[in-house]
Design a binder for this molecule. Structure first.
Ligand code: SF4
Ligand code: SF4
Length: 345
């Protein structure tokens, strides 16, 4: 006896199409105000955002996705895996390939075009990190995962090695089931492993103490304590993700694959790049245009100062002549540190 086929809903077909476009996870959230807005306000009021002034400036807009797109009726959330295996390095894993913003935006545009074929006059606005949307909040609401104590969103299969994008649509989709459970249990590995004590409590990060913030967001000379705590991190920091048990079995990424020339970067080579060479080397990656040459070369100089290896002194002396004060300042600090190490031997 043949069974009658149950036609797929538009929501199911949208999710199928998102998977066909390469997204690893997809879900639909209602477009009501963000659940975590009050927590964001408390976090900002505690000054944990440090000098990320844009967080304060656009805070109110993050309350409600209608501030981004007044006609929004649902928020389609997608996740893209960026895990590439390999050893921990001085570059956060998300930054070892092509800039994910462009990759996700392009695919979200294709998803929007597909939606318009199904629903004439439907409209969608892709958002990837740049719009004032609490993306992790909407991803949790769309069923994509739970907030770990390290503040990352975690999926049981992908762990936290994924980036998010959103398509704000004017179609009144039925939302997916939100993710209401939490699976951290009694684990505190991420909190214990953070080398700078950046977690003031589970689920609460003081960005001012975080290596990611120092190496990406801070656009000025670092203070002495931060300089010595960079460890080997040139851009970002993955420690609180690397120790998470949910990140042990993440499959390798299929779309956001790493670029071999970004997996390890020699700090001396980096210090030798002028503005044009830096742009040529890093266009289309998470290095350029932001955070950009001044921040990256500052970080490179500080790392070299922490190596204890005096063979890097010529590169640092050259960097001390750089017209960018932040680079020259970092190089001068690194030279002083290496000279001091020598005299105290
Ligand atoms: S990214 Fe690094 S410094 Fe920042 S909270 Fe995680 S472990 Fe700590
Ligand atoms: S390391 Fe443990 S506490 Fe931290 S996010 Fe992972 S499971 Fe949760």
């Amino acid at each position: 006896m043949s069974q009658a086929l149950i036609p797929m809903t538009l929501e199911e077909r949208l999710c199928d199409e998102a998977h066909r476009l390469g997204f690893d996870r997809v879900g639909i959230a209602s477009a009501e105000p963000a659940d975590g807005f009050d927590r964001l306000r408390e976090w900002l009021d505690a000054d944990y955002a440090g000098e990320m002034h844009y967080m304060h400036k656009h805070a109110e807009a993050r309350r409600d996705p209608h501030s981004i797109y007044p006609k929004v009726r649902a928020v389609v959330m997608v996740a893209l895996n960026y895990f590439a295996g390999g050893p921990s390095g001085g570059i956060a894993r998300y930054a070892r390939g092509q800039d994910y913003h462009a990759v996700i935006r392009e695919r979200l545009k294709m998803l929007g075009a597909w939606l318009r074929e199904q629903v004439p006059d439907a409209w969608g606005r892709p958002c990837v990190d740049t719009a004032p949307l609490l993306e992790r909040d909407f991803a949790r609401r769309a069923g994509l995962g739970w907030f770990g104590k390290n503040t990352m969103l975690i999926d049981k299969r992908l762990g936290s090695w994924f980036v998010l994008g959103a398509l704000l649509v004017d179609v009144p989709f039925t939302p997916s089931a939100p993710f209401t459970a939490r699976h951290c249990g009694t684990c505190t590995r991420c909190l214990d492993a953070c080398p700078t004590g950046a977690f003031v409590a589970p689920y609460v990060l003081d960005a001012r103490r975080c290596i990611s913030y120092w190496t990406i967001e801070l656009k000025r000379p670092l203070d002495d304590e931060s300089r010595t705590h960079l460890d080997h991190w040139l851009l970002g920091c993955d420690i609180c993700q690397e120790v998470c048990p949910w990140n042990r079995r993440t499959p390798l990424a299929k779309v956001l694959t790493p670029r071999p020339d970004l997996e390890q970067i020699d700090a001396v080579e980096l210090l030798g790049l002028d503005a044009d060479a830096f742009k040529t080397r890093f266009s289309g990656t998470a290095f350029y245009p932001r955070p950009g040459r001044p921040v990256l070369l500052r970080n490179a100089a500080l790392l070299l100062g922490n190596t204890g290896d005096r063979a890097v002194l010529p590169a640092l002396r050259k960097a001390m002549q750089d017209l960018e004060p932040m680079i020259a300042d970092a190089a001068a600090w690194a030279i002083r540190r290496l000279e001091r190490d020598k005299t105290s031997e």
